[in-house]
Design a protein around this ligand. Structure first.
Ligand code: FAD
Length: 598
C-alpha cells in the first residue's frame, strides 16, 4: 500500500494509489492552440489592463466593466460553452488556462470574470433548459449582458441552504414573486441578470431562478461595500421586493437550487485556484525585478540569502500550484470525454466530470489561495517599506489575495468538505478506503523502503516520502474512525488536520509527477527537481506537525507512542536534502532571468 495504478484514477483515489507520471497533464503539455491563447491573453492584459492597475485601486468600477467588455470581444466569456451559445467550445484545460491568465493583473477583474463566467453563466449552461440557454447565454458570452450569482444572505453564508429569501407562486400560476435580501453579490452594480436562490413554501431545499435585472420589478441595490481588497470589483446587497419571475425562469426543478449552487461552486473552486497562479507569477516577477534593482550595503538585495530564500519559496509554491491545478483540470477533462463517449450531453458530462473530482477542486481552492497570499506577503517583504506603499503593486496584490480564502466556500469549509467527501465516497463504495486503511494499520513493521520505487529515477527520496505520507493519512484516518465513528464529522480539527495532510500529498505528488514526466521527455529539469525537493521537504514538516496533533487526540499510552514513532520513521529521509543550497540555486535562476521562468 499504496498500490500502483493501472487505470485512470477516480476523484480522491490519489490518496490510496500511486499515480503515474505519463498519465498526468502538465503545463508543458499545452497544445499549440493553447499556447497561442495564453500569449494572446498575456499580451492583452499587459496592454489593456496592467497600465491602469493603480486606477482599479481607486474603486473605479467602470474600469472593470470596460475590461469585461474587452475580454468579451476576445471571446473569453464563454471559452468552454458550445459555439451555438456563443462559446468557443474549448476543453476544460483551455478554460482553466483562460481563467489563469485573465486573472493575474487585478483581483477586481479576476473576481468579475470568475463571477460572470463561472457561477453566473454555469447554472444556466449546466442546468438550464434549451429555451433558457438560447435566450440568455449568447448575451452573456458576448458581453452584451453581465451576470451575478445571488446565494449569500445576511444570515446565510457558509450555511447556504438556510436562506430566507422566498419565492411564492402567483394565484394565476404564471410567475413567482421573490422577496428577500442577498449580500456580498459580486458584479451586482452592473449586472443585467441575477441567478437567485429562494425557498418555495417550506421546502427543505432552495430553488434557483434566472432573474433579469429590472429596477421597475422591485430590484434595488445597496451601496458598494467598503472592502479590504478587490477595490474595483462591484460588491453590493441586492434586495428583491415582490419581484415577478415567470415560471419558465426556474432553473431545473423545484428544490434543485442547493444542488445547482454546490455544483456551480465545484467548478468555481478549481477556477479560483487557477486564478491565483498568474497573480503569483506577476508578484514573483515584480519582486525579483525590484530585488535586482534595489541596492543596499552596496549590492542589489537579490544577492542576500534572506531575499533568495523568499524568491525560492515563491517560485516553488507557484510551480507546485501549477502542477496541481493542471493535473486536476486534465483529469476532469478526461472524465468529461469518457462520459460523452458514454452518451451524455456536454452539460451533463461537464457536471459529472467536475463532481467526480470535487475533492481535488476543494483542495486546489484551499492550497492555491493560501499560496498567493503567502507569495504576496513575501513580495511585500522584498519591497521593504515600498511594499507597504499603495503606490507599488505588492500592497494591492496582498489585499486582493485575501478574499480567495473566503469566497467560494471558506477554506475551513473546503478543508472539511474535501475529507468529508472522501469518507462519503468510501461509505458509498466508490473508493476502497477501508481496505487501504486496514492494510496500513495491520502492517506495523513493514515501513520505509519500497521495492516498487525505481532508485535510478529522479526524486527517489521524494517519491518514497510521498508514499509514506499517504500511509500516514490512512493510518490516522483509521484510528480517527475507531475513536469517533459516526461522530467523526463533528470533530472539525481532526478533519482539518487530515485535510492538511491530503492537500500536501496532492500538491507534492503533482510536482513530482510533472517533473518526472518532463524529465523523461529529455527536458532540462534541474531547477524543477530542486523546487520539488524543497516543496516535499516542507510538506513533510507540515504533515509531521498535523499528524502529531492528531495522534495525540485519537490515541493514548503505548498506542500513541507507537504511532508517533511510526510517523517519525515514515517521515525520515535516508539523506536530508541540502534545502538551503537548493533554494539558492532556484533563486539564482529566477534572479538571472529577472522573472518567474518555469
Ligand atoms: C468580496 C466578496 C464577494 C462575494 N461574492 C459573492 C457572490 O457573488 N455571490 C454570493 O452568493 N456570495 C458571495 N460572497 C459571499 C461568500 O461566499 C461568503 O462570505 C462566504 O461563503 C462565507 O460566508 P459568511 O461571510 O457568511 O461567513 P460565515 O459563514 O459567517 O463564516 C464565518 C467564519 O465561520 C466559519 N464557519 C462557518 N460555518 C462553519 C462551520 N460549519 N464549521 C466551521 N467553521 C464555520 C467560516 O469558515 C468563517 O471563518 C462574497 C463575499 C465577499 C466577501
Amino acid at each position: 500500500m499504496p498500490t500502483k495504478n493501472k487505470t485512470k484514477l477516480k476523484g480522491g483515489e490519489f490518496i490510496l494509489k500511486e499515480s503515474l507520471s505519463d498519465e498526468i497533464f502538465t503545463p508543458e503539455d499545452f497544445s499549440e492552440e493553447q499556447l497561442m491563447m495564453k500569449d494572446t491573453i498575456i499580451d492583452f492584459m499587459d496592454r489593456e489592463i496592467w497600465p491602469d492597475k493603480m486606477k482599479y485601486e481607486e474603486k473605479n468600477y467602470d474600469l472593470t466593466v470596460q475590461a469585461m467588455k474587452k475580454i468579451g470581444e476576445l471571446g473569453l466569456l464563454g471559452v468552454s460553452l458550445e459555439e451555438k451559445y456563443g462559446g468557443m467550445g474549448m476543453d476544460f484545460v483551455s478554460t482553466m488556462l483562460a481563467v489563469d491568465y485573465v486573472s493575474g493583473v487585478s483581483g477586481s477583474v479576476a473576481t468579475a470574470y470568475g463571477a460572470h463566467t463561472g457561477i453566473a453563466i454555469l447554472p444556466i449552461y449546466l442546468f438550464g433548459n434549451e429555451d433558457q440557454k438560447q435566450k440568455y447565454l449568447p448575451k452573456l458570452t458576448s458581453g452584451e449582458w453581465f451576470g451575478s450569482y445571488c446565494l449569500t444572505e445576511p444570515t446565510a453564508g457558509s450555511d447556504a441552504n438556510s436562506g430566507k429569501t422566498k419565492a411564492e407562486l402567483s394565484d394565476d400560476g404564471k410567475h413567482y414573486k421573490i422577496n428577500g435580501q442577498k449580500m456580498w453579490i459580486s458584479n451586482a452594480g452592473f449586472a443585467d441578470l441575477f441567478i437567485v436562490f429562494a425557498r418555495i413554501e417550506d421546502d427543505k431545499n432552495i430553488t434557483g431562478f434566472i432573474v433579469p435585472n429590472n429596477p421597475l420589478n422591485g430590484i434595488t441595490l445597496g451601496d458598494e461595500e467598503n472592502k479590504l481588497g478587490i477595490h474595483a470589483s462591484s460588491t453590493r446587497q441586492v434586495f428583491f421586493n415582490e419581484t415577478k419571475v415567470p415560471i419558465e425562469n426556474m432553473l431545473a426543478e423545484r428544490g434543485d437550487g442547493f444542488k445547482i449552487a454546490m455544483n456551480a461552486l465545484n467548478v468555481g473552486r478549481i477556477k479560483l485556484g487557477v486564478a491565483c497562479l498568474e497573480a503569483q507569477r506577476r508578484v514573483i516577477s515584480n519582486a525579483v525585478q525590484y530585488a535586482n534593482e534595489r541596492v543596499q550595503f552596496s549590492k542589489p538585495i537579490a544577492h542576500f540569502g534572506a531575499i533568495k530564500e523568499k524568491i525560492a519559496r515563491m517560485a516553488t509554491s507557484c510551480y507546485v500550484g501549477e502542477s496541481a491545478n493542471y493535473r486536476a483540470a486534465h483529469d476532469i477533462e478526461l472524465k468529461i470525454r469518457s462520459l460523452r463517449q458514454d452518451g451524455l450531453d456536454h452539460q451533463k458530462a461537464e457536471l459529472k466530470g467536475v463532481e467526480e473530482f470535487a475533492i481535488e477542486c476543494s483542495m486546489i481552492k484551499v492550497g492555491t489561495s493560501e499560496d498567493i497570499q503567502n507569495c504576496a506577503d513575501d513580495g511585500i517583504q522584498i519591497f521593504g517599506g515600498m511594499g507597504f506603499s499603495a503606490d507599488t503593486p505588492m500592497e494591492s496584490a496582498w489585499r486582493d489575495a485575501r478574499i480567495g480564502r473566503i469566497y467560494e466556500g471558506t477554506n475551513e469549509i473546503n478543508r472539511m468538505l474535501s475529507v468529508g467527501m472522501l469518507f462519503k465516497k468510501s461509505m458509498r463504495g466508490d473508493l476502497d478506503l477501508m481496505k487501504a486503511v486496514m492494510d496500513v494499520t495491520s502492517k506495523i513493521s513493514s515501513e520505509k523502503s519500497d521495492e516498487n520505487i525505481d532508485p535510478d529515477q529522479i526524486l527517489f527520496l521524494e517519491r518514497q516520502i510521498i508514499k509514506n505520507l499517504k500511509k500516514i493519512f490512512l493510518l490516522i484516518s483509521g484510528y480517527a474512525f475507531q475513536k469517533y465513528g459516526q461522530e467523526l464529522d463533528k470533530n472539525q480539527q481532526v478533519l482539518i488536520g487530515l485535510s492538511n495532510i491530503m492537500i500536501e500529498v496532492y500538491f507534492s505528488e503533482s510536482a513530482i509527477l510533472r517533473t518526472i514526466k518532463n524529465n523523461k521527455k529529455g527536458a532540462d529539469m534541474k531547477y524543477q527537481i530542486d523546487m520539488t525537493s524543497i516543496y516535499v521537504f516542507e510538506a513533510t514538516e507540515i504533515v509531521i506537525k498535523s499528524s502529531k496533533e492528531l495522534i495525540a487526540n485519537i490515541s493514548t499510552g503505548d498506542e500513541q507512542l507507537n504511532l508517533m514513532k511510526r510517523v517519525d520513521r515514515l517521515c525520515s529521509y535516508d539523506q536530508i536534502p541540502d534545502i538551503i543550497s537548493l533554494k539558492n540555486r532556484v533563486a539564482d535562476r529566477v534572479i538571472a532571468e529577472n522573472q518567474y521562468c518555469f
